[in-house]
Design a protein around this ligand. Structure first.
Ligand code: FAD
Length: 474
């Protein structure tokens, strides 16, 4: 009988395993974990592919150093000295709107000088100061929130691209309080966003003047952080620190109640008996494997939708690209008439990702507003990216290197009603003591969110097992 079986060997599953073992060791309990991964490899969405001298990220580009979770994990598994921060190019971010690239303003002055938002749009934004906070507890969409507080132009050119950049999502259906809880909180606490930003700026300045550490290591957003061999480098490091067992190549197909614990059936016919189970796989997979345990829980999990994406990497000889590439990349405003959601100038952010004299661009195509993108062939998607890069960056030459990666279910969408779904899920899970879930489908999709959620889940798992141990007769 295992003590804890963790289903899913992505960053969430590995981080929860590491945190359970660490906490168990601190409490003097041997809590070796079993990680069950469907694929032959660990890492889930974290996959860094090096070919022809280009380093292509299949999924995430890295994580921000503004939250402690992932940095702490890297320290614990001994890879903190290999971390690589993005260079200063990453500060300059662009929005493609009205046929042009506009640098995203970094401060109030540059905002007023920027042509990104028209003067009527800027005036409408300023009116935000006069709009009272909405306090009726409504689960508002991001689009409704943006139109109410900031105006239609800000929705099109600021909020829409932000939602594409994080969730590849649709602001018309996503929940503000679930997808961007910090923005919701700022409105609730300070009455409005401009007021909140002003107060936070004042607080930071005071902290700086008093010589205290400014909240967040490098500004509010933090620096994009990865490794020389890509973000996947942390995966074998975490895996090799685990004391327990890792089984790859056969996914879990069913979790059932078995005596005081659970049985987990695997695709290869094996049946695992365990005291506790942590589901750390995507919500649709968790939904399928809990069907026999709890029909209602299974439906709630299976009802979380995912946006589809293609990640398209183009490598070029530097001379073929008539753009200075001084920046992080661009996101497309709504109505920009592009197929792509945005393009990251990967070799500007991390110069070693392309061979000497070459550059690497990584574009995202599809998202929640274009679900049919998954039915396109790679060549069709690549053709669309070429046309878009010509329109946006003037690139008319053929790329020297092309790789495209489909993600039919890339990123979970926190639609309105998500908070209610989570509350209902917590109620169902409480009926099955010893069954837990974690991962990116619940309260944050960034790597930092996944590691943070994994740590919180691990604390609950260890608490459950310790209480059970204490209640057993000596
Ligand atoms: C294109 C893209 C770009 C992104 N960019 C960023 C970024 O720059 N920064 C950032 O912070 N985040 C980014 N994200 C989000 C982030 O990568 C993910 O939210 C995070 O990696 C999810 O980790 P996870 O372990 O929860 O899920 P996953 O990585 O999906 O891992 C789940 C694991 O469960 C396994 N599994 C599935 N079914 C079963 C089963 N039945 N039994 C056993 N195992 C199973 C899967 O094979 C997989 O290995 C990006 C995501 C995508 C798709």
């Amino acid at each position: 009988m295992y003590r804890v079986a963790i289903i899913g060997g992505g960053i969430s599953g590995l981080a929860v395993a590491a945190a359970i073992e660490r906490r168990g060791a601190a409490d003097g309990i041997d809590l070796r974990t079993l990680v069950i991964e469907k694929d032959q490899r660990l890492g889930g969405k974290l996959r860094s592919i090096t070919e022809d001298g280009y380093l292509c990220e299949w999924g995430p580009n890295g994580f921000l150093d503004s939250k402690p979770g992932t940095l702490d994990l890297c320290r614990q598994v001994g890879v903190a000295d290999r971390l690589l921060r993005s260079n200063d190019h990453a500060r300059r971010r662009f929005i493609y709107a009205a046929g042009e690239l506009h640098q995203l303003p970094e401060g109030a002055l540059s905002f007023f000088a920027s042509p990104l938002i028209s003067w009527p749009g800027k005036l409408r934004l300023a009116v935000e100061l006069l709009i009272p906070a909405r306090c009726d507890g409504a689960d508002e969409t991001l689009a409704d929130f943006a139109r109410r507080r900031l105006g239609a132009e800000a929705l099109e050119k600021l909020i829409g691209p932000m939602v594409s950049g994080v969730f590849a999502g649709d602001p018309e259906t996503m929940s503000l309080q679930s997808a961007f809880p910090r923005i919701h909180q700022l409105e609730q606490e300070h009455g409005g966003l401009i007021r909140a930003l002003f107060l936070l700026h004042k607080k930071r300045r005071a902290e700086r003047q008093a010589g205290r550490a400014v909240s967040g290591p490098s500004g509010p957003g933090g620096k994009l952080t990865s490794f020389a061999h890509g973000v996947e480098e942390m995966i074998p490091a975490v895996a090799s620190c685990l004391q327990g067992e890792i089984r790859c190549g056969a996914g879990a197909i069913a979790v059932k109640k078995q005596g005081e614990g659970f049985s987990v059936e695997l695709e290869d016919g094996a049946v695992i008996e365990t005291e506790a189970v942590v589901s750390a796989c995507p919500a649709y997979a968790a939904g399928a494997l809990t069907a026999a345990l709890d029909k209602e829980m299974s439906l709630l999990l299976g009802g979380i939708s995912y946006s589809p994406l293609w990640v398209v990497c183009f490598g070029y000889q530097r001379g073929k690209v008539p753009h200075d590439l001084n920046g992080f990349g661009f996101l497309a405003a709504k109505g920009a008439r592009l197929s792509l959601l945005g393009t990251l100038w990967d070799s500007s952010i991390f110069p070693h990702r392309a061979p000497e004299g070459h550059i690497l661009l990584r574009s995202m195509v599809g998202g929640a507003t274009w679900p049919e993108v998954t039915s396109l062939a790679a060549e069709e998607v690549e053709q669309k990216v070429k046309m878009d890069l010509k329109a946006v960056m003037g690139i008319s030459e053929e790329p020297d290197f092309v790789r495209s990666y489909p993600h039919p279910r890339a990123i979970p969408q926190y639609l309105t009603g998500h908070a209610r779904r989570l509350a209902a899920l917590a109620e169902r899970a409480a009926l099955h003591p010893g069954f837990f879930f974690t991962g990116n489908a619940f309260s944050g999709v960034g790597i930092n969110d996944c590691v943070g959620a994994a740590n919180a889940t691990a604390a609950r798992v260890v608490d459950f097992l310790s209480r059970r141990e204490a209640s057993q007769p000596a």
